[in-house]
Design a protein. Structure first.
Length: 252
């Protein structure tokens, strides 16, 4: 995730190693200008694409490869994307924890190497994903990758969804978003007490919440069969119980 401030002039340099086969580039949704910079920084193997833009609007934006060779959707579906946060003039208010999570889909078919799956154009066109994951692979936010917080802390999640096809029904099981910066805007609409928020393909959101009691809170895409395809993660909250807020009663 790239982090800049509104009013900053940002120079983007994309180096494409000469061993690569294809040209790559970056379309940054934070850019006001043709292609979000994608034409200006298109880099063929062995070249470096450079352009400069001024960050005019605060918010959380996606960026992604939009190379026309072989075509942009294949680059997106192979993981070429990220986020850029444009903070307001005086920065965002302080919180205790910040995390960045991106949801994405993979469309696959077997390859000659049994340990490697290839991109499937047929499944992409049919919008039939095999995997829907957070931060690039199944289990990235489980075990050692679990997000962490302590009771009483405020957590801010920068959540993007690249798709490339499906919108996400982002939800955390056992938590209510105190603030949702709708559509990733800063200075736009902020909704309160939200259960699930819709994040379109190549859109983003910023959610904030205070954690009240300890436990494991599960990040999901609540378009729920996607959980079986990998769209889940854990936010592990430590600290003391508060029976006035949540109390498990002994089993009969
Ligand atoms: Cu690319």
């Amino acid at each position: 995730m790239v982090r800049v401030r509104v009013g900053d002039t940002v120079e983007v340099r994309l180096e494409n190693p000469k061993e690569n086969k294809f040209a790559h580039n970056m379309d940054l949704h934070a850019v006001n200008g043709p292609g979000g910079g994608a034409g200006a920084n298109l880099a063929f193997p062995g070249a470096t694409g450079v352009f400069t833009f001024k960050a005019l609007a605060p918010g959380l934006f996606m960026y992604h490869c939009a190379s026309p060779v072989p075509n942009p959707h294949i680059h997106l579906a192979n993981g070429m994307y990220g986020m850029i946060l444009v903070e307001p003039e005086h920065g965002l208010p302080k919180v205790d924890r910040e995390y960045a999570v991106i949801e994405s889909e993979f469309f696959t078919k077997p390859s000659e190497d049994k340990d490697v799956l290839e991109f499937s154009m047929e499944k992409g066109l049919a919008e039939h994903s095999d995997y829907v994951v957070f931060n690039g692979h199944t289990g990235s936010l489980l075990g050692k990758g679990e997000l962490k917080a302590s009771v009483g802390e405020t957590v801010r999640l920068y959540f993007g969804n690249i798709g490339p096809n499906s919108a996400s029904s982002f939800h955390i099981i056992g938590e209510i978003f105190d603030n949702v910066h709708t559509e990733g805007t800063i200075g736009g609409t902020v909704n309160h007490h939200v259960q699930s928020t819709l994040v379109p393909a190549a859109g983003a959101t910023i959610v904030e919440f205070k954690v009240d009691v300890p436990g494991a809170y599960v990040l999901v895409d609540h378009s729920f069969f996607r959980v079986a395809k990998g769209a889940l993660g854990i936010l592990k909250v430590g600290g003391n119980d508060d029976p006035s807020i949540f109390q498990a009663h002994p089993a009969p």
